[in-house]
Write a protein that binds this ligand. Structure first.
Ligand code: SF4
Length: 369
């Protein structure tokens, strides 16, 4: 167990880091006007996602939902549509539910304490600390992966526990400008104290950095041993009608990609090929309707695409096959794999919330038409 560093060291780190932040902080759209709702939206979007990626999503989101109330009044399909491509879609659903709770139980105002923030859907320790400190000036730590890396190196900690990080960050953050301090620590981790190539020569904390002094930077923090990421193969059915419309289906709210729309697909079982699970998806929706290959003249059932997508904890491989149905029958949703299905024109499809992989598949399908 590490001890708490001396208060003079902590003061020096705080002062140096805030000076650096004042001179070097990036102009980011959520920093212009850090009202609590905007801070909350930005912090949720920034979970697992780089600031550069978040910027355009944040601007579109705020233009469409400028307040928690506007978000609470919208429907989930539109919310997921605006989030489309940003990934980790449970964040969007939780933000939507949070807005409704804020409207109904908090008089439209985002709560200002860590305890109350943590009761909102999808808000963990980090996000609660970030919102409380940045939006309300509360003296609360906010330790993300970047901040953890800086702290490990600054204090030369090989494998600190979460409690040790909390203790250190809690001792470092001060009443004066806690939100700026937290952002400074994270920004230093993102831009200077990078995982593989830390720029120690231009780091404002180099004079007090223990791992730099001990030449252990490359070993801090100790690398994590990762397990193998499982691969799931999905047989996917691109079903078109004689009128040129394509069938899209909506996934149940719970679980991975909940509430998102997709070309219907099912995970391929042990003794199946992807074409078998794609045919199973078609049968679940339409029973034994006669099918033809698509596009015309292709193989008996034409393979349109093979797309990979990496989530944080699993990989998906979508094998997509084209099917053609003369009419546009009403799909049977009793299997529970989808909650809704629609025959869509290209324009209607563009409006639906699709994941990045499904959007890519849509582009391939459009190019084949
Ligand atoms: S001196 Fe190097 S290792 Fe230490 S905090 Fe700065 S960038 Fe990171």
């Amino acid at each position: 167990m590490m001890g708490t560093p001396k208060s003079e060291t902590l003061r020096q780190i705080r002062r140096t880091l805030l000076d650096w932040y004042d001179r070097h902080r990036r102009p980011l759209p959520w920093r212009d006007n850090p009202d609590p709702y905007r801070v909350l939206v930005s912090e949720v979007m920034l979970q697992q996602t780089r600031a550069e990626t978040v910027k355009p999503y944040f601007q579109r989101w705020i233009a469409r939902f400028p307040t928690a109330e506007a978000l609470a009044e919208s429907d989930q399909e539109e919310v997921l549509g605006l989030w489309s491509g940003l990934g980790y879609y449970s964040r969007a659903r939780n933000l939507h539910r949070t807005a409704m709770i804020v409207r109904d139980r908090h008089d439209g105002r985002i709560p200002d304490s860590v305890e109350a923030l943590r009761k909102l859907p999808g808000i963990g320790e980090y996000t609660a600390g970030a919102v409380a400190s940045i939006a309300f000036g509360r003296c609360e730590p906010a330790v993300d992966g970047n901040a953890r890396r800086v702290l490990s190196r600054l204090f030369d900690l090989e494998a600190p526990t979460l409690d040790e990080f909390r203790q250190l960050a809690g001792a470092l953050v001060a009443d004066k400008r806690p939100g700026d301090f937290n952002q400074a620590l994270m920004e230093l981790g993102g831009r200077v104290c990078r995982p593989r190539s830390p720029d120690c020569e231009s780091c404002p904390l180099r004079a007090v950095c223990l791992s730099r002094a001990r030449d252990t930077v490359a070993f801090r923090p100790a690398p994590r041993t990762r397990g193998t990421i499982p691969i799931y193969v999905i047989g996917t059915a691109v079903i078109t009608s004689a009128a040129g419309q394509t069938l899209l289906a909506c996934r149940p709210d719970n679980g991975l990609l909940g509430g998102m729309w997709e070309y219907p697909g099912l995970e391929t079982g042990d003794s199946e090929d992807p074409i078998d699970s794609a045919c199973r998806a078609v049968r679940e929706l339409f029973g034994d309707l006669p099918l033809r290959s698509w596009p015309e003249g292709g193989e008996p059932i034409d393979e349109l695409a093979d797309i990979g997508h990496v989530f944080s904890h699993r990989r998906h491989r979508y094998h997509a096959f084209g099917f053609h149905i003369g009419s546009e029958p009403v799909p049977d949703l009793s299997s529970g794999n989808w909650t809704e299905a629609r025959w869509c024109s290209t324009e209607a499809l563009a409006e639906l919330p699709l994941s990045a992989a499904q959007r890519k598949l849509a582009r391939i399908v459009a190019a084949r038409c």
